[in-house]
Design a protein around this ligand. Structure first.
Ligand SMILES: Nc1ncnc2c1ncn2[C@@H]1O[C@H](COP(=O)(O)OP(=O)(O)OP(=O)(O)O)[C@@H](O)[C@H]1O
Ligand SMILES: O=C(O)C1=C[C@@H](O)[C@@H](O)[C@H](O)C1
Ligand SMILES: [Mg+2]
Length: 171
């Protein structure tokens, strides 16, 4: 089995994914991290130096490699399921489960306000109101893709371990 974690930037895919993998004794794979390892520079620098389209192409290539894994928890990038036919590839992967870590605009804004710098799509948004407006619109567009997950976990006000427990119970 392989478990894909979907969700907006900052929703906890990397944090929860690592913990879930540990608990299940599965391999943990983080798509953003895999891209950083391959390129040897942070995601934000890839966006800056090579552009978003280059990033999306590398993301797709590594997704094709990751999809062949078994006994793995895979934390996707926030945008991964929303481009091209990535979501079909994820859903059609053998023995795959998809989990959406859902959070409110409010809580995402509070969380991301403190961690904007390493996230290239929001690092230019100086005011909190601007950030909130961006997230509201972006999440409205992306919710269409995230919501096609088999399991949807409401993550507001929950500790990572509680989220892991809900995923294990739900699968
Ligand atoms: N359940 C939680 N409660 C409180 N803080 C959390 C929780 N889950 C994650 N965090 C914190 O929120 C921040 C974002 O988490 P994380 O990096 O795991 O998100 P992500 O979904 O992987 O984001 P991205 O799509 O940008 O990679 C981190 O500082 C992390 O420690
Ligand atoms: O939501 C997005 O499009 C992104 C989320 C991050 O995980 C990274 O993949 C990158 O910063 C783009
Ligand atoms: Mg992450």
């Amino acid at each position: 089995m392989k478990i894909f974690l979907l969700g907006y930037m900052g929703s906890g895919k990397s944090t929860v994914g690592r913990l879930l993998a540990e608990q299940l004794s599965f391999e943990f794979l983080d798509l953003d991290q895999a891209i950083e390892l391959q390129e040897n520079i942070p995601v934000s620098t890839i966006f800056q130096k090579k552009g978003e389209l280059y990033f999306r192409k590398q993301e797709r290539k590594l997704l094709e490699w990751i999809i062949a894994k078994d006994k793995a928890v895979i934390s996707l990038g926030g945008g991964t399921p929303c481009y091209g036919d990535n979501l079909d590839l994820i859903k059609d992967a053998k023995d795959s489960k998809t989990v959406y870590l859902k959070m409110s605009v409010q809580q995402l804004t509070d969380r991301l306000e403190k961690e904007k710098e390493q996230r290239p799509l929001i690092s230019h948004l100086d005011k909190k109101e601007e950030l909130e407006e961006f997230i509201r619109k972006h999440l409205f567009e992306r919710g269409f893709y995230y919501s096609q997950s088999e399991l949807i976990i409401n993550c507001d006000n929950k500790k990572p371990q509680e989220i892991v427990d809900e995923i294990v119970a739900g699968l």
